[in-house]
Design a protein around this ligand. Structure first.
Ligand SMILES: [Zn+2]
Length: 56
């Protein structure tokens, strides 16, 4: 579950609102981000997995 959140590689601060940083429609990509705690810049890579569920 930890990889569902953005963790700062500098101070290990967890950004709980990680999903807010991803533009809807992007399946994967990367973007630079400023840590909300220590202020250091780091690269975030993300991928999206689609799952289907059907019901009769
Ligand atoms: Zn940090």
């Amino acid at each position: 579950m930890k990889d569902k959140l953005i963790e700062c590689p500098h101070c290990n601060f967890i950004h709980e609102d990680s999903l807010d940083y991803i533009e809807t429609g992007d399946m994967e990509g990367q973007f630079p981000m400023d840590c909300g705690k220590c202020g250091e810049v780091f690269q975030v890579e993300f991928t999206t997995t689609i799952t289907f569920k059907t019901k009769a």
